[in-house]
Design a protein around this ligand. Structure first.
Ligand code: SF4
Ligand code: SF4
Length: 430
């Protein structure tokens, strides 16, 4: 794979990462879905005026225990509503008014003896841990890694530019607990090789290495695009790493949640996210219960003016949100708010063949050609164009002067029904 291409973005993490992480567990209200998964078969288990404790399941399922969602606060159900969420689609949600104004203390539970693989899986399942990297329940990932094999387990602390720093903030505040959670996840996955991958400069990296030990910290050689540097970074550290070694990724917040599930019997009900952008008066990392609304978080950070653009995630790979009236849910690690005029809205035009998308593609692809073939339904040509090598970094969309969202089209092309592709290829071969 060719490297050294891509888009150079300015470093804009400083205002948020330089402030301490704000812990806002005293939110007035949370809006939580009964399930995150559209196809899940769940029944509501709480109703209007019910009092729920933190950790209470909001729904029940006969078939899938991970489909249910646990309450992130102690409170009273004050209603229910539909939410159209940019990341999850249409969700049926319970509205819960938080009752207690006291912080709910975390009480450690005694752990004796070695914690076995099944115990780790059971804790991840009971705590309903969802990995922030991909929104998948952690217990499913642990089981799949164990069954299919995992050579290296890497906690992904690499965050692309320019704004997001929530993984750094979690490592700064809880590095030792993250490593302990990572070691437990590695045990469940059946590997003894586990590392935290970061892309930090100078002092930050050295102080982290002092805390967790150098052997658990790998510095990647770049922070963009997201996945490839992690695989690359492992190679110089071990001459025995085979090119076919399976490198599995886990989020640092999922590691921390696993630590808390084992040592505090705490459910996974809060997350840390970076709140930034030029409409935010005090950019910072904040920890909030799941279900806290974007509106409440932005109001607490302070706004310079009403934002005209909201992005969930980073500027190149994030998803636009049309309203602040949506809850913060697993997988949201960055929230950007911009004033009018900051983001140029480009009406997509026809490709002018400038070639910039191919110039920046770190995977050496021809994005304009893939998009053209896909739109013209030349599916049988996609294989030769190596569409599967695209990792969705977004660089091609970012540089296109015609405003063509190539990354989205290529993602669609990758997701095209493989049965149809196979059929077409077989017809051609015949
Ligand atoms: S084709 Fe894929 S890998 Fe290449 S720049 Fe576009 S999104 Fe990134
Ligand atoms: S950058 Fe846009 S206009 Fe230029 S070749 Fe690629 S798709 Fe066409």
């Amino acid at each position: 794979m060719r490297i050294g291409k891509g888009v150079r973005l300015l470093f804009r993490k400083a205002p948020a990462i330089d402030r301490p992480t704000a812990e806002w567990t005293d939110v007035a209200q949370v809006v939580l879905p009964y399930t995150y998964f559209a196809e899940a078969d769940v029944r509501p288990a709480v109703f209007l005026y019910d009092t729920v404790r933190r950790g209470t399941p909001l729904s029940s399922s006969d078939t899938d225990s991970q489909a249910t969602v646990l309450s992130s606060v102690t409170g009273a159900v004050s209603g229910s509503r539909e939410v159209v969420h940019p990341l999850y689609g249409t969700l049926h949600c319970a509205v819960i008014d938080r009752l207690s104004t006291e912080a709910e203390p975390d009480v450690p539970v005694p752990v004796t003896g070695e914690i076995g693989r099944e115990e780790v899986c059971a804790a991840a399942e009971a705590a309903h841990i969802i990995d922030e990297l991909d929104g998948v329940p952690l217990v499913l990932k642990l089981r799949e890694w164990y069954e299919s094999g995992c050579d290296y387990l890497v906690a992904d602390g690499v965050q692309i530019q320019p704004y997001e720093s929530s993984a750094w903030a979690v490592l700064r505040d809880y590095a030792e607990q993250v490593v302990e959670g990572l070691s437990l996840a590695a045990r469940a996955a059946g590997t003894t090789r586990y590392h935290i991958a970061v892309c930090l400069s100078g002092q930050r990296r050295r102080s982290l290495a002092l805390r967790i030990g150098r052997r658990h910290l790998y510095q990647t050689d770049s922070y963009y695009p997201a996945e490839e540097p992690i695989r690359r970074s492992l190679r110089p550290h071990s001459r025995t790493v085979s090119p076919d070694a399976r490198v599995c990724r886990i989020g640092v917040q999922a590691c921390l949640a696993l630590y808390r599930a084992i040592y505090f019997h705490q459910s996974h009900d809060r997350c840390t996210l970076t709140v930034a952008g030029n409409a935010v008066r005090e950019p910072q990392n904040v920890t909030v219960p799941f279900g806290t609304t974007v509106q409440e978080v932005l109001a607490r950070c302070g706004l310079t003016e009403d934002p005209s653009h909201l992005i969930l995630g980073e500027i190149m790979t994030g998803t636009a949100a049309a309203t602040q009236d949506i809850p913060i849910l697993p997988g949201m690690t960055c929230l950007l708010a911009f004033t009018a005029g900051t983001i140029r809205a480009v009406q997509p035009r026809t490709c002018i063949g400038c070639g910039r998308c191919a110039e920046v593609c770190h995977a050496g692809l021809l994005p304009f050609e893939i998009a053209r073939r896909f739109r013209n339904m030349h599916y049988e040509r996609l294989g030769a164009l190596e569409v599967s090598a695209c990792d969705g970094c977004g660089a091609c969309s970012y540089v296109c002067p015609c405003g063509i969202d190539l990354a989205a089209t290529i993602a669609e092309a990758r997701g095209a029904d493989s049965a149809i592709l196979l059929e077409l290829e077989e017809d051609i071969d015949a």
